[in-house]
Ligand binder design. Structure first.
Ligand SMILES: [Zn+2]
Length: 242
């Protein structure tokens, strides 16, 4: 199945927090969007890997993505090395996305920055024909996404551009709440974490509100890009700011 936009992130729930609004906005425009999670988030303080997988599938239904796959790499201990790169190269060649959305290049959780670089490197390598990969015995063709953009996570970075997610903000919050073991979970017996309280959940809302305000819409998600961004027409730049 060919996708237009593929979000790749290290922990199930990174996509919901960072770029689910963007995925839903483009799905509503008729584009095909999907998700690849690198790990099952098995080192998370709360919940279990099995529960986290169920929550991820529930969130995928809410977002209406075409596909959500988990590569089963090692949470916390994955490296930017051959094994991990080959797993991502295979996924990129399988879904042939035009654009990849990836973890931030630098963040509070060290997995995020490491994954951001791993995903960016793997997307480049996926375009090299002499790296051989196959699925079910069928050799894959080389494929390099045209762009890789990194969504903002916990730490603030000045975004290179933002996407208006106002029409889907409610659904974004619903998709995040699908991870009920992780968020807004103050009333159970498991240990509380940096992300489990209402303060963190509210920070997702005010971040989106702040980014939205800067371009004259209600809510937005922000991205950084290693490459310079160009547009064909100046008119493409006035869509949300007028
Ligand atoms: Zn994460």
């Amino acid at each position: 199945m060919k996708l237009d936009i593929l979000a790749i992130a290290v922990h199930p729930d990174d996509v919901e927090l960072g770029c689910s609004g963007t995925l839903m906005v483009h799905a509503q425009q008729g584009l095909k969007v999907g998700i690849v999670d690198l790990t099952r988030g098995e080192l998370g303080t709360r919940g279990t890997p099995e529960l986290r997988l169920q929550e991820a599938q529930q969130a995928a239904r809410i977002m209406g993505v075409e596909v959500r796959e988990n590569l089963g790499l090692a949470d916390g201990f994955f490296r930017n090395d051959t094994k991990e790169q080959m797993a991502i190269i295979t996924a990129v060649r399988k879904y042939r996305p035009e654009i990849v959305l990836a973890n931030a290049m630098d963040d509070r959780h060290p997995d995020h920055g490491r994954a951001g670089k791993l995903i960016e490197d793997s997307c480049f390598l996926a375009g090299l024909r002499k790296i051989a990969t196959s699925v079910d015995g069928v050799e894959q063709e080389a494929w390099r996404p045209k762009q890789v953009y990194h969504f903002l996570q916990d730490r603030y970075h000045e975004p290179d551009f933002v996407i208006d997610i106002t029409p889907v903000m409610e659904k974004k919050l619903e998709a995040i709440k699908a991870f009920s073991s992780q968020f807004l979970a103050a009333k159970d017996n498991e240990p509380q974490t940096y992300i489990s309280g209402s303060n963190f959940f509210e920070s997702v809302i005010y971040r989106a509100k702040m980014l939205g305000k800067m371009v004259g819409v209600e809510y937005a998600e922000g991205y950084t890009s290693a490459k310079m961004i160009g547009v064909r027409s100046m008119m493409d730049l006035i869509n949300v700011t007028t």
